[in-house]
Write a protein that binds this ligand. Sequence first.
Ligand code: C2E
Ligand code: MG
Ligand code: MG
Ligand code: MG
Length: 288
Amino acid sequence: RAKAEGRNTFRFFEASMGVEAKSRRLIEQELRQALMRNELKMVYQPQMQIDTGEVTGFEALMRWHNARLGEIPPTSFIPIAEESGIILQLGEWALFVACQEAASWEKPLSVAVNVSAIQLYSHDFPQKVHSVLLRTGLAPYRLELEITETSLIKDTNRALAALRHLKSLGVRIAMDDFGTGYSSLSNVRAFPFDMIKIDRSFIKSVDKNAQGAAIVKAVLGLGRGLGLPVLAEGIETPDELEFLAGESCAAGQGFYLGQPGPIENFKHLISSTASFAGGMQSVDVIPE
Ligand code: C2E
Ligand code: MG
Ligand code: MG
Ligand code: MG
């Protein structure tokens, strides 16, 4: 009887479960096999110095193609990977692949890798990063770890300890999606960031939208005041780029400058760029 009830309960649960919950479960099941089945790959998007147009490095982004589900965007599978803990394996794989790739480049350009909060808070994350650097031979200053503000909130002391440990390895830390999290201003001072990436929602139509422009100018001023370079994400039009150039924004990334793609698409860019000694350096604070 208990068995029958259990079954009924289960069936009731199934019936009441939305399509969304079912597809989440399916995605999670398939995601567990994705690494083993070789379904994941990394694509790269160029990051450029805005005044010279020179490529300074690439952001590595994960892609997943599954036989049953097709192409699933990271915005769909990363949150599921985080909830299920699979992100620890996926993230370590991404880090290794991106560092190995960068170590093979003709020029010492930087490689940016996104780090999930789950990874940041795992007890051995800095050791894992150290191990990947040793195994791939990538110089630490060429690796930039992208952390979102939201990641820092859960346990600021632990986040700070992890970031300090990472900094001691010589890697650089970027604050990703800046402006979309909480208490941006105190975070930017309390944590040892090397650069700020302005979220693309603020860059969209920045040339036509007075509010967006005010926010972008304020972030650029903040960066100058703190001596941190600022990169604008999601540049899609020449007018947006021109606006940012006019405001002396150091660096940019976006579909207008280059779509994410397999690294083969960018090998010519890597060879033709002037030998660049590793990512963006902090700017001097310019007195007003
Ligand atoms: P993100 O770290 O902010 O990465 C930038 C996203 O903006 C990428 O989306 C990129 O393709 C997209 N993008 C770049 N330029 C433009 C543009 O001009 N216009 C528009 N509309 N979009 C642009 P993607 O690759 O779909 O990744 C989405 C998010 O998924 C990433 O946001 C990041 O949070 C996460 N993600 C991707 N790969 C990884 C990974 O390896 N590990 C972790 N933990 N998260 C990842
Ligand atoms: Mg990013
Ligand atoms: Mg990110
Ligand atoms: Mg971002």
